[in-house]
Design a protein around this ligand. Structure first.
Ligand code: KG4
Ligand code: ZN
Length: 414
C-alpha cells in the first residue's frame, strides 16, 4: 500500500532510526524533547505536485516537487483533466521522495497537512484523497490547509516576523491584500475584481508566443515576461494603470491584458507578421506590461498601508509588508514594492523565489503553525471535502473603499 510498504525497509532500519532519535533529542525546546513536531505537507491545488517534511523549528527535512509548467505551456494553459492526471501520476513518488529525503519514519510525523482550498477541483481532489488514505494508514491527525494562508505564513519560516503584518499575495490564481493578525486571523482589505496578475502575464506571454522565443521556451509566462523585460524599453508605449480613480485596495488586470493585446495586434500589422510569430518589439511590450502591473500593485498596497496605519492596525514605524505568491518572485515587482516601503517607513519581506511559487514546504509549515496554535487539527476525517472557492479571512474591503484614502504619487524609478 502507498508509501509505507515501499519505504518500510528504509525507514525502519534500526541504525538510522536510532541516529535520528539521538539527533532529535538535541533539538531546542527546553525539556520538551518529546514534543518536537514534524509535519508532512502536501500541495496539489493547481499545477504543482509538491510535498515536504518540516519540523517546528522550521528545518526542512525533506522536499520534492513535480512541476507541470512545461506540459501546460504546450497546451496553452492549464487543462484541469490533464493537471489531475499528472497529479495522479506523480503524487505517490513525490510524497515518497520527500519522506525518504527527510530520513524520518512516517510514524514520527505529528500530522499530515494538505491544501484543500481554494484551487482547481480536480487537482485538489487528488491531493485530498491521497492524504486521507495516508492519514488512515498512519493514524495521524489531519490538518486541512487554505492555500493562501500557507503563502501568507511562509515568511514566518524564513524570517522572524510577529503578527500583525500586511500581506500582498500575487500569483496565477490569486491577488489579495490582507492584514495577518494571527495564524488563522485575516482581514481582507482588497482583491482582484477579475483575473490575477500571474494569469494576465501568462495570457500576454502566450499572445506574444514566448514559448517560441529561444530564451523563454520553458519558462512560466510571468518568468518569461520578467526575463524579456530586462531587454526592453518600458517607455516604448504608455498604458494607464487600472482602477486609477477607485480609492480602494481592489485590483484589476483584464483591462491591462486587453490593451496589451490591441498593442500586439497593431505591432503585428506594422511588422507584417502573423499571430504566432514573435514580435521584434516583444521585449518592449513585456517591459511596459510589467511596469504598469507593478505600479498598479504598488498603488493599491500603498493605500492598504495608509489604511492600516490610520486605523492603528499596523504600527506607525517598521510595519512589515510581506509579498508572496508566484508573481512576488519577480524582482522588478520587488524593487517597486521597496520604493513603497522606503517611502512609508515599512519593511518589505519576501520569501525566496522558490518559496513564493507553490511548494510543499509552505503547506507543511502552515501545519506546524496550526499545530502550535492548536487550530484546525482533525482527528476525525469523516466528511472532509475540498473547496475550489474559499475566501480568506473577514472581508473589510468595503470599509477600506469608504475610507477613500488618497494616495500620494510615488516616483517609480525602478
Ligand atoms: O503561486 P504560484 O506558483 O501558483 C498559484 O497559486 O497561482 O504562481 C504561479 C504564477 C504564474 O502565473 C506565473 O506566470 C507567475 O506566478 N510567475 C511569475 C514569475 N514566476 C512565476 N510572474 C512574474 N514574474 C516571475 N518571475
Ligand atoms: Zn500559490
Amino acid at each position: 500500500m502507498l508509501i509505507l510498504n515501499k519505504t518500510a525497509g528504509v525507514f525502519f532500519k534500526p541504525s538510522k532510526r536510532k541516529v535520528y532519535e539521538f539527533l532529535r533529542s538535541f533539538n531546542f525546546h527546553p525539556g520538551t524533547q518529546f514534543l518536537h513536531k514534524i509535519v508532512l505537507g502536501i500541495e496539489t491545488s493547481c499545477d504543482d505536485t509538491a510535498a515536504a517534511v518540516v519540523d517546528e523549528t522550521g528545518n526542512v527535512l525533506g522536499e520534492a516537487i513535480h512541476s507541470q509548467t512545461e506540459v501546460h505551456l504546450k497546451t496553452g494553459g492549464i487543462v484541469p483533466a490533464v493537471a489531475q492526471q499528472l497529479h495522479r501520476d506523480n503524487i505517490q513518488r513525490i510524497v515518497q521522495e520527500a519522506l525518504s529525503a527527510s530520513r524520518i519514519s512516517p510514524s514520527d510525523l505529528s500530522a499530515i497537512a494538505t491544501t484543500i482550498k481554494p484551487g482547481l477541483a480536480l487537482s485538489l481532489g487528488v491531493g485530498l484523497s491521497f492524504s486521507l488514505q495516508l492519514v488512515g494508514q498512519l493514524k495521524k491527525p489531519f490538518i486541512p490547509i487554505h492555500h493562501m494562508e500557507a503563502h501568507a505564513l511562509t515568511i514566518r519560516l524564513t524570517n522572524k516576523v510577529e503578527f500583525p503584518f500586511l500581506v500582498l499575495l500575487i500569483s496565477g490564481g490569486h491577488c489579495l491584500l490582507a492584514l495577518v493578525q494571527g495564524v488563522s486571523d485575516f482581514l481582507l482589505l482588497g482583491k482582484s475584481l477579475d483575473i490575477a496578475p500571474g494569469d494576465m502575464l501568462d495570457k500576454v506571454a502566450r499572445r506574444l508566443s514566448l514559448i517560441k522565443h529561444p530564451e523563454c521556451s520553458t519558462m512560466s509566462g510571468g518568468k518569461a515576461i520578467e526575463h524579456l523585460a530586462k531587454q526592453g524599453n518600458r517607455f516604448h508605449f504608455d498604458i494607464k494603470p487600472p482602477l486609477h480613480r477607485a480609492k480602494n485596495c481592489d485590483f484589476s488586470f483584464t483591462g491591462l491584458q486587453q490593451v496589451t493585446n490591441k498593442r500586439i495586434m497593431k505591432k503585428e500589422k506594422e511588422e507584417g507578421i502573423e499571430e504566432g510569430q514573435v514580435l521584434s518589439s516583444a521585449a518592449d511590450i513585456a517591459a511596459t506590461v510589467q511596469h504598469t502591473m507593478a505600479c498598479h500593485i504598488v498603488r493599491r498596497t500603498h493605500r492598504a498601508i495608509l489604511f492600516c496605519k490610520q486605523r492603528d492596525l499596523l504600527p506607525q514605524n517598521n510595519a512589515v509588508l510581506v509579498a508572496s505568491g508566484g508573481v512576488a518572485s519577480n524582482f522588478y515587482v520587488r524593487r517597486a514594492l521597496e520604493i513603497l516601503t522606503n517611502a512609508t517607513q515599512c519593511t518589505l519581506l519576501c520569501p525566496p523565489p522558490r518559496l513564493c511559487t507553490d511548494n510543499g514546504i509552505m503547506i507543511a509549515w502552515n501545519g506546524i503553525e496550526r499545530l502550535r496554535a492548536g487550530l484546525g487539527i482533525l482527528h476525525d476525517i469523516e466528511g472532509i471535502r475540498y473547496e475550489p472557492k474559499c475566501p480568506l479571512g473577514v472581508d473589510i474591503s468595503k470599509e477600506v473603499g469608504e475610507a477613500a484614502i488618497k494616495v500620494p504619487q510615488l516616483k517609480m524609478e525602478i
